[in-house]
Write a protein that binds this ligand. Structure first.
Ligand SMILES: Cc1cc2nc3c(=O)[nH]c(=O)nc-3n(C[C@H](O)[C@H](O)[C@H](O)COP(=O)(O)OP(=O)(O)OC[C@H]3O[C@@H](n4cnc5c(N)ncnc54)[C@H](O)[C@@H]3O)c2cc1C
Length: 427
């Protein structure tokens, strides 16, 4: 069995390693445009501060580690076409050298493309986005020319990069269309997070940029008709599915713009799987298609595809469950499952309970559906947020097996008591 994976992000690596783990005889090959060892995506903005990217790589996913597992990694290439009828692919490297190959099973893990609003001026020099380490390197090489930087977008990655730039002594303005992390956090949680941002970060809330101004180089953006001068503008406004190859192959694309898959991550063509930011997942509650461009979802979907590609029949139930953790501006931010914004968008009404522990500087939102079932939660806390998040995850999974059952004690004793008063005992 020859399994070919296109993509070396969490989706692709998880697919390749699962295929290898479940079938030691299979031949597993990854094709990727990347030229350096895999790194955590938050590392992409960290690299502004720590340009030695070696420190930010994920050792178990390095080219060397995968080769030791007998997974071949063909890096620095673009797969340009796939012939489904003959089960072959072809592509080229950066110097134009051509290659081709065949496959028995194929996994597309081609990720996302930056979703930049279509405004005048976004093509100017000095307008950036961060999708991978190469993007960061370009920004890094121009940092000395940047005194004031505008970051558009207030999701995890926008906040991450704003923090980095502030640490490096830049004047940072953040443009927030509605509120911080609107789709992930309840409004009072957004407000809480806002109150924890440093005063040095200038937040322009409730506005959208009209255009990027400048002749060849960006010199600012317009907000409500006024120009905010800047040396660089970073659009951290999310991603859209990268379906270039899938469309060329004639795979079915969903209404949200992602590759359509079934629960086993198989596309409209049997034997071809797709995972990660390029697909439409199924919402855990409603089973409606949703876009979930999240590393942990990509990794779980990759595992599913890798197992299926080598003949495994198991369907993992937890694949689309969101779990995001980051530490930004000294606060652990954890988002689990649905927020009321994401739940409402798929027609689920919600009730939200809030718990606070001022001693631990913690605030937790528990999101329930109309039957009182926990469907998600959010944590803002000074420390050990992931542990609190896991307790919520466990509840949301409601009985599904998870390997970790960390205890909150001793540090989060009071929060544990508060959660238990609402949800029942935590074991
Ligand atoms: C700055 C930043 C911070 C983030 N922070 C977080 C976070 O804190 N938590 C979290 O859960 N998620 C985070 N994310 C999102 C997360 O990184 C993505 O959801 C995840 O990387 C998606 O994985 P993927 O496997 O689908 O694709 P990607 O990681 O995007 O990888 C796509 C791969 O496909 C390859 N590829 C595409 N087309 C071709 C082709 N034609 N030929 C060859 N190779 C091809 C690329 O070279 C690449 O290797 C962040 C993203 C960014 C950009």
């Amino acid at each position: 069995m020859k399994v070919v994976v296109i993509g070396y992000g969490p989706g692709g690596v998880a697919a390749a390693t699962a295929a290898r783990a479940f079938d030691s005889n299979s031949e597993v090959i990854i094709y990727t445009g990347e030229t350096i060892d895999a790194h955590q995506k938050p590392g992409a903005s960290l690299a502004l501060e720590y340009p030695n990217t070696k420190d930010l790589t994920i050792p178990e996913w390095s080219f060397k580690a995968l080769t030791e597992k007998r997974i071949e990694v063909v890096s620095g290439v673009e797969v340009t076409s796939i012939d489904i009828a003959n089960q072959t692919l072809s592509g080229q490297n950066a110097k134009g050298g051509k290659f081709d190959n065949s496959y028995d099973k194929l996994v597309l893990a081609t990720g996302g493309l930056p979703s930049i609003p279509s405004l005048p001026g976004t093509e100017l020099k000095g307008v950036y986005t961060i999708q991978n380490m190469a993007d960061t390197t370009i920004i890094g090489s121009n940092l000395s020319t940047m005194k004031r930087v505008v970051v558009v977008g207030a999701g995890f990655s926008g906040l991450e990069v704003a923090e980095r730039l502030l640490t490096m002594g830049k004047e940072v303005h953040m443009i927030v269309r509605s509120r911080l992390m609107r789709s992930q956090l309840e409004e009072p949680m957004s407000d809480e997070l806002s109150s924890r941002l440093p005063e040095s970060l200038v937040v322009h809330q409730g506005v959208s940029p009209g255009s990027v101004v400048g002749t060849s180089q960006a010199t600012g953006i317009t907000l409500n008709g006024e120009t905010l001068e800047a040396d660089a503008v970073l659009f951290m406004t999310g991603v859209k599915p990268n379906t270039r190859l899938a469309e060329q192959m004639g795979l079915e694309i969903g209404d949200l713009g992602g590759i359509k898959i079934n629960k086993g991550m198989e596309t409209s063509t049997p034997g071809i799987y797709a995972v990660g930011d390029c697909v439409e997942m199924y919402d855990t509650l409603t089973e409606q298609p949703v876009l979930l461009p999240i590393g942990s979802v990509a990794a779980r979907a990759g595992r599913q595809a890798g197992v299926a590609a080598v003949g495994g029949k198991k369907i993992y139930e937890d694949t689309a469950l969101r779990f995001q953790y980051d530490r930004i501006f000294g606060t652990d931010i954890v988002c689990v499952g649905n927020s009321s914004v994401t739940a409402n968008s798929v027609g689920i009404e919600t009730k939200v309970s809030y718990l606070e522990d001022s001693a631990e500087f913690s605030k937790v939102a528990l999101v329930m559906d109309n039957d009182g079932r926990l469907i998600g939660g959010q944590v803002l806390t000074s420390r050990q947020g992931a542990r609190l998040g896991y307790q919520i995850l466990e509840r949301v999974e409601s009985g599904a097996v998870i390997s970790e059952r960390p205890l909150l004690e001793p540090r989060h004793k009071r929060m544990k008591d508060l959660i238990e008063q609402t949800l029942g005992p935590i074991q």
